[in-house]
Design a protein around this ligand. Structure first.
Ligand SMILES: Cc1cc2nc3c(=O)[nH]c(=O)nc-3n(C[C@H](O)[C@H](O)[C@H](O)COP(=O)(O)OP(=O)(O)OC[C@H]3O[C@@H](n4cnc5c(N)ncnc54)[C@H](O)[C@@H]3O)c2cc1C
Length: 380
């Protein structure tokens, strides 16, 4: 059942990405998981081969490629079985804010480095007391002539240690409502008053440098504001759709990889004199997982095409984000069970996949928030 019609160029890109990742990324993943961070050189290798920010227009150093290249790369990255090198976050979530809303001068200044991997980006919305409820954010940005003064704290920021450039959400304390007072600013690492805090110890995503960030009288040019003053909330609502879609694509691909690694295991592992795949319960488990995966893929591919066509996909994206991430967790959990004790051992890739998938229902808007968004847009 083919819904997306990939071209020959797409297929060549997929093959090239798969070969590159198998040679340059996968062999180093255990080392990076141990170190708790991915070296910058890996980002530069990705960029050097054209695997970052493919959608950035050619005039800023990108390929001007369609969204299917991002889909392919997100899917192929799941084969590396790690989440440290958050290429999709950089290419398909953070950099699109710059491409869409930064001034020409800032685009020329930053985008070529984002494409080459010399500039690693992050987006900072979440605070210790404001996650789902972004409107209650406390970080302030006060515009004072040609400078803006930022004070506050962010947490759970992916690429927090490695980042060179931040898309920061902060509120204007003088605005009449939190929604109208939200702004996005580009903040460079190394700006006085911007400190990278501790790397957060997490249950999974061990090679991802998720961190706390601090701002104390941090001054950046007012020209670093993205879009119109007070337009931050609108920009987030618009760009969060692609973030959630990318999350769903990652979850779908992760579920597929889990099943891919589990079926051969079940066919080889013997108990009571026969492969465990011959027990009817295990067959039913595998068939049920394969069915959910097929349902997810059909829904997702249709949604990817609708997103590319510029349709309003808020309801379907919210549904896809919550359903695929829940489905991926169900699949990973059942796959661990089918591996028996080995499924709980670091040597077996299913163990890492299981713990890394868990967070997908929490970030990019929790799955509960996805249902509240869908309910609102369904007029309930
Ligand atoms: C590994 C990781 C990476 C992350 N990367 C980033 C990043 O790069 N940038 C960034 O800005 N943030 C990032 N986050 C933060 C993430 O987006 C937040 O954790 C998430 O939005 C939830 O916010 P919270 O943790 O404050 O939970 P809370 O908002 O406190 O929610 C707690 C629980 O209450 C539920 N809840 C809250 N409100 C409602 C409601 N109205 N109705 C029903 N249930 C509700 C939630 O669904 C959840 O189950 C990351 C988080 C993690 C763990």
């Amino acid at each position: 059942m083919e819904i997306i019609k990939y071209t020959e160029e797409h297929n060549i890109f997929r093959e090239a990405a798969r070969r590159f990742l198998a040679k340059e990324i996968t062999p180093y993943v255990d080392e990076w998981e141990e170190a708790g961070i991915v070296p910058r050189s890996a980002w530069q290798k990705m960029g050097g081969q054209g695997f970052l920010c493919m959608s950035v227009p050619e005039e800023y150093g990108g390929l001007g490629a369609d969204f299917l290249y991002s889909v392919i790369l997100t899917e192929e990255m799941t084969r590396t079985n790690h989440c440290g090198l958050a290429a999709s976050l950089h290419s398909d979530v953070v950099v699109p804010y710059i491409t869409a809303y930064a001034s020409e001068e800032l685009k020329h200044k930053y985008l070529p480095g984002c494409v080459s991997g010399d500039i690693i980006t992050a987006v900072a919305m979440t605070e210790p007391n404001a996650g789902s409820d972004l409107a209650s954010m406390r970080t302030t940005a006060v515009e004072d002539g040609d400078q803006v003064i930022i004070n506050g704290q962010k947490t759970f920021i992916s690429n927090g240690q490695n980042c060179d450039l931040l898309v920061l959400a902060a509120k204007d304390p003088s605005a009449e409502s939190p929604h109208h007072g939200l702004n996005l600013y580009l903040v460079e690492a190394g700006t006085p008053g911007f400190e990278k805090g501790k790397k957060i110890k997490k249950v999974g995503w061990h090679s991802q440098d998720t961190s706390e960030l601090y701002f104390t009288d941090c001054r950046v040019p007012t020209a670093n504001r993205l879009g119109q003053k007070g337009g931050g909330f609108y920009m987030l609502m618009e760009k969060l759709q692609q973030e959630r879609l990318v999350c769903a694509i990652g979850a779908q691909a992760a579920a597929e990889r889990c099943l891919e690694m589990t079926i051969p295991y079940c066919q080889e592992r013997k108990a009571f004199g026969k492969p465990i795949s011959k027990f009817q319960h295990n067959q039913f488990t595998i068939v049920e997982m394969a069915t959910e995966i097929k349902l997810g893929r059909a829904f997702l591919e249709k949604l990817i095409l609708a997103h590319m066509a510029g349709e309003n996909v808020v309801v379907d994206v919210s549904m896809a984000k919550y359903w695929t991430t829940d489905m991926a967790m169900r699949v990973a959990d059942r796959c661990v069970q089918l591996h028996g004790g080995y499924g709980y051992c670091e040597e077996y890739p299913i163990a890492r996949a299981w713990r890394d998938i868990r967070v997908m229902s929490i970030f990019a808007g929790t799955n509960e928030i996805m249902k509240t968004v869908a309910a609102k847009f369904m007029g309930l």
